[in-house]
Design a protein around this ligand. Structure first.
Ligand SMILES: Cc1cc2nc3c(=O)[nH]c(=O)nc-3n(C[C@H](O)[C@H](O)[C@H](O)COP(=O)(O)O)c2cc1C
Length: 188
């Protein structure tokens, strides 16, 4: 599949890596995955999977330290970058233009090339620093999509909450899907 029709999913060391595992599962080989060093530790803690197992059917797996990998260059095309979950560290680096690993460099590329960039922060409460970083990026057109699932669909399992967030990401990516719930108004 052409790189330009693929989605780049960057996993950083915030809690909630299950959101990324599910997005990769749904997108399959339409996905290229980057995992930071700290994300590898969280993946092991929260899922018990190796990073290779975690990346599942993704087309390509990149280590976050690999700054020579294709997504480090603007000449490498991708349809959109999703940073999921996005740590406060990675958020701050992206907001200030620091590109010191493959995730922050790919985000800098997405910004300079005006490609869709979705950040899914997972930290609560938010400091003023984190809020300011989110605001400055939102003003540049970045989608800030906090890992904050709604409960109006009557979730029964953790996977329902995960799918709520993954469904919103897929909507923003313009990918048709049948996961999660949509609000259809109050019952008659
Ligand atoms: C188990 C675990 C959970 C963490 N959860 C969060 C979190 O939810 N949000 C966050 O911003 N940082 C969290 N951290 C801290 C980040 O891993 C740390 O700030 C790291 O520098 C992030 O680096 P990265 O963005 O390059 O992956 C967590 C760390 C560990 C070990």
């Amino acid at each position: 599949m052409d790189p330009e029709s693929r989605f780049l999913v960057a996993v950083t060391g915030a809690s909630g890596v299950e959101y990324a595992r599910r997005l990769i599962e749904v997108l399959g080989d339409r996905t290229d995955v980057i995992v930071t060093k700290d994300a590898s530790a969280v993946i092991e803690i929260e899922t018990g999977l190796s990073v290779k197992e975690f990346a599942g059917r993704a087309a390509t797996f990149y280590q976050g330290e690999d700054l020579a990998a294709p997504p480090a260059s603007g000449s490498h095309l991708f349809r959109a970058l999703v940073v999921l979950p996005c740590s406060g560290t990675t958020l701050a680096k992206i907001a200030s233009g620091i590109a010191d690993n493959l995730v922050t460099r790919a985000a800098a590329v997405a910004l300079k090339e005006r490609r869709p960039l979705i950040l899914v922060p997972r930290e609560t409460p938010s400091s003023a620093i984190a809020l300011e970083n989110q605001l400055s990026l939102a003003r540049l057109g970045v989608v800030i999509l906090p890992a904050s699932p709604g409960f109006y669909g009557g979730p029964k399992r953790i996977s329902d909450l995960v799918d709520f967030i993954v469904a919103r990401i897929l909507d923003h990516l313009g990918v048709e899907h049948a996961i999660g719930v949509r609000w259809t108004g109050l019952p008659e």
